[in-house]
Ligand binder design. Structure first.
Ligand code: GLN
Length: 274
């Protein structure tokens, strides 16, 4: 820990990272670390810890150093091919689960699945549902597939390499969920902190951050069956714009959900019934 502090500093964020890396590598949780501060870790762990602290000092996100991040009830593998799961995305997941009955085989697509968190969690919570997940990145899709094999070895998800809903048939789905890239391409956040290390293709979406909503909301209107739902995550200042795009494409019953910081974080709408 002394070596870690020398590398990362003593501020609160650095302490959280040091504790998380130490827990991830040694298995000693924070309480046990605090209770036995003089305990020495075995040398192989010490080497790994030193290496992890050095990577963190260079800015590499904790989730990439450990190769995993918790989301919902599961531990997901993540690599630099995938976005790091964020707790805000649980808002979208909870909303989807409210709309998916437990006993009906709804067909649901997760567009831009990344590490697979949305499709894997929906499949786990709603075993009757039929899950499809698309991504344009072969690297991300490989990670998502590994996550499903590790977390839900006896269930299957149809993994599809391709852009948004390009390869999905008209009126074939009961629900579409997506957490697409939504950061404006010139936003300075893209070039700072953890985001520097994440795939730009998973984060940035044109001048106003809305480019991918334009495509996927339009496509969702095509692939959803009448009465199907579209739910998407978005930036804290994009609810109005996203709802307007949904309205343009004919969606009704538009609604927005807040995240843990009380910021508008997910919006959705229903395709009208016939
Ligand atoms: N669906 C994945 C997630 O929510 C990937 C999102 C993305 O890469 N923009 O983490």
């Amino acid at each position: 820990m002394r070596e870690g502090r020398a590398l990362l500093g003593t501020n609160a964020d650095a302490q959280i990272d040091l504790r998380a890396l130490t827990e991830g590598i040694t298995g000693l949780d924070r309480a046990r670390q605090l209770m036995a501060p003089e305990q020495l870790v075995p040398e192989p762990f010490a080497q790994q810890l030193r290496h992890a602290f050095e990577q963190r000092a260079q800015g590499v996100p904790v989730a990439y150093i450990l190769g995993r991040r918790g989301f919902w009830r599961h531990e997901f593998q993540v690599t630099p091919d995938t976005l790091i799961p964020r707790p805000e995305t649980e808002i979208l997941l909870e909303w989807a689960l409210e709309l998916i009955p437990e006993d009906q085989p709804l067909t649901i697509a997760d567009l831009g699945t990344g590490s697979g968190i949305l499709s894997v969690c929906m499949a786990a919570e709603r075993p009757c549902a039929i899950l499809l997940a698309t991504d344009i990145s072969p690297g991300a899709l490989a990670v998502a597939r590994r996550n499903q094999k590790a977390i839900l070895p006896t269930q299957s998800i149809l993994w599809i390499l391709g852009s948004w809903a390009d390869s999905l048939a008209d009126e074939s789905l009961d629900m579409v969920v997506s957490n697409p890239p939504y950061i404006p391409q010139d936003d300075p956040h893209l070039f700072a902190g953890d985001l520097r290390f994440e795939p730009q293709s998973a984060l940035a979406a044109g001048r106003d951050g809305l480019d991918d909503y334009r495509i996927l909301i339009h496509q969702a209107a095509r692939v959803l069956r009448p009465s199907g739902w579209l739910l998407v995550e978005h930036g804290h200042d994009q609810a109005q714009a996203v709802q307007a795009l949904m309205h343009q494409e004919g969606f009704t019953r538009l609604d927005t959900r807040m995240d843990f910081a009380h910021l508008p974080r997910a919006s959705g709408g229903q395709k009208p019934s016939l």
